[in-house]
Design a protein around this ligand. Structure first.
Ligand code: NAP
Length: 538
């Protein structure tokens, strides 16, 4: 038995997570000559793309931009089979990256980090895992993901007598759904992908829908070799443009509502809608995020499309078409045949705003009016404790034994989403107040954040210093800036995981910075170029 107080290993950096960010962070720190130990609770690399193996899981960023852009050969020697590839292919891509960079030898899988405590006298962290590791490290770098702490809070789930599957940890080999009575709870981006994929396979599908969700149709062409060569040839151009756009996609807001006639607006919306991508959200009219009338008109445009697809059926429209928030102020998923599912004979839709789920029982799902929907398989796609959950579920203690879970339980504050006052040498990606998941192509944001961390550590070491920590004033200034930017948008008035509204008691704050990916990058670069004025470095 290992003595829990004796380090089993001493390293320069512990990296938490082996997904898109963790893999690249590990590579960069190793290139700098640091000894690094990465941990992941998953059985292999992939992060979100390892866990989310549910039917139909796929990108809704174009594969050719959801890429590492630091190495031309790495980019060009991988070719996607489709514009929006599915989860198995994505997992293979991350294994390809891992092997190319020889990362596996420094990653411990099936190992969950349970605690990380900072020792002020030594300026080092002690990181503990559920497998008995006790690692002494100078830097503790979190790449634990924005959407990796699943919410499983429906009463009675453990009593279900059939097969229960969480979308966030769906069985690797899948489930045999043929002929079965299957229920899906949740119609967010995940639920939509599951529902549209399994409807034709199951015997009967019952969808439990609470908050309605705008969704845009995806066009997902298969790539020929010529298509792959064409996008490969754009590598330099993509590397130049993507990091500087508002959302880290290749496209940017192209049109100004105020400059167009109603006919021109309609024409532009129709044309962009037909693209079959997230362009209508992220590259049409930026005013939709700031000006109520623009939001109202664009929302109505999307609602009209959804109503048509639902054949104007009053019950389907009431249950599935949002009316109480604007298009784009919650995360917009892409769908493929989703609305048509509800015209199938073998599909029933339950409106859980009218009649909420009361509990899960051995035989199925019981609603508040006592109705029981009997099921053989129940799939829960009920979302995540976004932004904070990955770290607050770990016992993280900073200076003076302060607890990150307690601090974020009161107020969610960070310095540029990259660090937290009171937690020296804790550096973070995909945490609140940096651009992430919402309005951001994740690979763009994660590459920038890991590169900033790498440079901060390199500079610190080059200067013969060993500890970096944000100042209280620097943090206050960032939080104020974040609030100002968020408060100017219509997103600030909504309720979704974007603002932590899906987790009871979670302090309300827009989790992602939405001042623009390019602007954020510039601010981070200035912080470094100016000698890190928002940090103390000793
Ligand atoms: P989500 O958007 O938070 O959706 C959770 C769903 O579960 C909502 O419909 C929610 O209803 C419902 N729900 C929760 N508790 C419920 C209850 N007790 N009764 C009935 N319904 C309940 O979570 P998600 O779909 O997993 O997506 C989270 C994020 O992951 C996305 O926004 C996206 O950023 C990311 N994602 C990305 C991709 C991709 O890139 N391809 C795919 C999937 C997910 P309410 O709305 O009423 O709370």
């Amino acid at each position: 038995m290992t003595d829990p107080t004796v380090p089993t290993r001493t390293v320069d950096a512990v990296v938490l997570g082996a997904g898109v960010a963790g893999l690249y962070q590990l590579h960069q720190l190793r290139e700098q000559g640091l000894t690094v130990q990465a941990f992941d609770a998953a059985g292999d690399v992939g992060g979100t793309w390892w866990w989310n193996r549910y039917p139909g899981a796929r990108f809704d960023s174009e594969g050719y931009i959801y890429q590492y852009l630091f190495d031309e050969k790495l980019y060009k020697e991988w070719a996607w089979s489709q514009k929006f590839p599915g989860q198995p292919e994505i997992e293979s891509w991350l294994r390809y990256v891992t092997d190319r960079l020889d990362l596996r030898r420094d990653i411990r899988f099936d190992t969950r980090v349970t605690a990380a405590h900072y020792d002020e006298d030594r300026g080092r962290w002690t990181v503990r895992t559920d497998r008995g590791d006790v690692v002494d490290t100078q830097f503790f770098v979190s790449c634990a993901g924005m959407l990796s702490a699943p919410l499983h809070d429906i009463e009675g789930a453990d009593t279900f007598a059939g097969q229960l599957a969480y979308s966030s940890s769906y069985p690797a080999g899948g489930l045999d759904l043929a002929g079965k009575r299957v229920g899906v709870v949740g119609v967010g981006a995940t639920g939509i992908q599951i529902i549209q994929t399994i409807a034709s396979e199951v015997g009967h599908l019952t969808v439990f829908a609470r908050g309605p969700q705008y969704a845009l149709p995806m066009k997902n062409p298969t790539y020929t070799e010529a298509d792959q060569q064409r996008y490969h040839a754009r590598f330099d151009e993509l590397r130049e443009t993507i990091p500087h756009t508002f959302t880290g996609f290749e496209y940017d807001f192209e049109h100004v509502w105020a400059d167009c006639t109603p006919e021109q607006r309609r024409e532009i919306l129709e044309e962009i809608y037909a693209d079959g991508s997230l362009k209508l959200w992220l590259a049409s009219f930026g005013e939709m995020f700031f000006v109520q009338e623009v939001s109202d008109e664009i929302s109505e445009f999307v609602r009209e499309k959804m109503r048509e697809r639902l054949h104007h059926d009053p019950y389907l429209v009431e249950t599935l078409v949002p009316t109480d928030y604007g298009f784009g102020t919650h995360r917009v998923p892409l769908e493929n045949g989703y609305f048509e599912v509800y015209h199938r004979e073998n599909v029933d839709l339950v409106n859980c705003r009218r009649t909420p789920i009361a509990r899960i029982r051995p035989e199925g799902v019981e609603l508040a009016d006592g109705t029981v929907h009997e099921l053989d398989v129940l799939i829960l796609a009920t979302g995540f404790d976004a932004g904070t959950g990955a770290l607050t579920r770990i016992d993280i203690r900073g200076r003076g034994g302060r607890s990150l879970a307690e601090e974020w339980g009161r107020d969610i504050r960070t310095t540029m989403g990259l660090a937290k006052h009171g937690y020296p040498n804790l550096l973070t990606t995909a945490t609140p107040l940096a651009p992430s998941a919402a309005l951001c192509n994740m690979t763009t944001c994660l590459q920038q954040q890991t590169e900033w961390i790498t440079e901060a550590i390199a500079t610190l070491r080059a200067e013969g210093r060993s500890v970096i920590e944000p100042t209280a004033e620097g943090e206050d200034a960032w939080v104020d800036h974040h609030e100002e930017v968020a408060g100017a948008t219509l997103v600030a008035n909504t309720t979704s995981w974007y603002l932590g509204s899906n987790v009871p008691g979670k302090p309300r704050r827009l989790l992602s910075y939405i001042g623009g990916v390019g602007t954020y990058r510039q601010k981070c670069a200035e912080e470094a170029a100016n000698g890190y004025p928002a940090f103390t470095r000793t």
